[in-house]
Design a protein around this ligand. Structure first.
Ligand code: DQA
Length: 149
């Protein structure tokens, strides 16, 4: 299996620590911990290892991306609202040259207009949106099954 041993970092940005409480009509009732456990369980099927990082701070997300160089084979990133305006995060993704899959729980294209634009999309290998935790699982599949790394 070519995915054997892939090391994947799952990063969650601002307000995603409040999953379960935060707008459950949009984001569901599952907590971030449940989401992470689901992704960790799925990773076993690919022989991959996953680590998780969440921060509400743009700089901490950027520092973590920098530190991922040479340590991880790919990144699944839900950048939260930073998706829509953080050129600093976009530059960091381009700089580290790791395959980064942009994921969203909700369908950003079916929501408010400001969410339709992702400034990180051009530097990510894919954008997966609207599948709940399934967006992360698809991202995992993509990073583990395809020769993105
Ligand atoms: C989100 C969508 C963003 O627009 C929003 O700011 C979030 C979560 C999602 O997972 O659906 O914080 O990335």
């Amino acid at each position: 299996m070519n995915s054997m041993g892939k090391r994947i970092l799952v990063m969650n940005g601002p307000n995603l620590n409040l999953l379960g409480i935060r707008e459950p009509g949009i984001y569901g009732h599952d907590t971030l911990e449940t989401l992470c456990n689901t992704v960790r369980d799925a990773a076993v099927n690919y022989g991959a290892t996953v680590d998780f990082f969440q921060s509400n701070h743009e700089g901490a997300l950027i520092d973590t991306l920098h530190a991922a160089m040479g340590v991880y084979d790919g990144v699944i990133l839900n950048a939260g609202a930073y998706t829509h305006y953080s050129y600093a995060l976009r530059d960091a993704i381009a700089a580290v040259r790791l395959p980064v899959v942009e994921v969203h729980l909700s369908d950003i294209h079916a929501r408010e207009e400001f969410r339709h634009v992702s400034v990180i999309e051009p530097v990510c290998v894919a954008q997966i949106s609207g599948l709940g935790v399934g967006s992360y699982l698809k991202g995992l599949e993509l990073l583990c099954k395809e020769e993105t790394t």
